[in-house]
Design a protein around this ligand. Structure first.
Ligand SMILES: [Ca+2]
Ligand SMILES: [Ca+2]
Ligand SMILES: [Ca+2]
Length: 227
């Protein structure tokens, strides 16, 4: 009997964690598209992502955006986490590729929000289809800032990077109110522990999770009572 009760509690706890508490982790989908031809602009990147001259793809899930494609010279940008892009390790220094980052962000304070990208080479940040940042140039790692007024709610976020040659790097930050340069107000988007904006990875609502959990619990009670 004790064994069955413990099993019920364990099942219920696992169920709640599965459907409720894991709602905001590893929510960025990051896809790398390697090209067979030079990539020098956002239009090249969009065509590549659409399948033109595509050599290979790789992807992964990440809780923050802080990447580079070389093993030397860290930090690139403002944070030294400096993950390698998905599918790459060591000192890959791959060239002529595009990176597509997608997620849904959750805004809990209505305000002007300034997003900051650190990129090598160009980048484009779209929120609900609006270009907040558009940098269509070849250059070393550089900051771009864009401010947008957001109400409380969830927004689709899309970030595109293209890399021609040399160092490739990418970071995504945000801060409340209008900011004109990188400063300590910025947090990596997704760095919830330090006050960063949260991503929303799953459509499971806590209420649906609770219904499912009590469903499992009820079935277990039925099984127990029928013995
Ligand atoms: Ca970095
Ligand atoms: Ca490179
Ligand atoms: Ca470069």
């Amino acid at each position: 009997m004790i064994k069955i009760i413990n099993y019920s509690i364990l099942l219920y706890s696992v169920c709640l964690v599965q459907f409720g508490l894991t709602k905001k982790v590893n929510a960025f989908t990051v896809e790398l598209f390697k090209s067979t031809t030079p990539i020098e602009s956002l239009s090249d990147a969009d065509a590549l992502i659409g399948g033109t001259n595509l050599e290979s793809t790789s992807s992964g899930s990440y809780d923050i955006i802080d990447f580079r494609d070389v093993a030397y010279g860290t930090p690139w940008g403002h944070s030294d986490i400096d993950n390698f892009f998905p599918g790459t390790t060591g000192n890959p220094n791959i060239n002529n590729y595009a990176v597509l980052v997608t997620t849904t962000i959750e805004i809990t304070s209505a305000d002007d929000w300034t997003f900051l990208t650190s990129g090598d080479d160009g980048v484009r940040l779209r929120i609900d289809g609006f270009d907040v940042i558009k940098d269509d140039a070849l250059h070393p790692t550089q900051d771009n800032l864009g401010t947008i007024n957001l109400a409380v709610g969830e927004y689709d976020l899309e970030l595109v990077l293209f890399e021609n040659f040399g160092v490739g790097s990418l970071e995504l930050w945000a801060a409340q109110e209008t900011q004109t340069t990188y400063n300590s107000n910025f947090q990596l988007v997704g760095d919830v522990a330090n006050g960063g904006i949260a991503e929303v990875p799953f459509d499971f609502s806590p209420s649906l999770g609770i219904v499912l959990c009590f469903g499992f619990w009820g079935l277990n009670q039925f099984y127990k009572n029928s013995k």
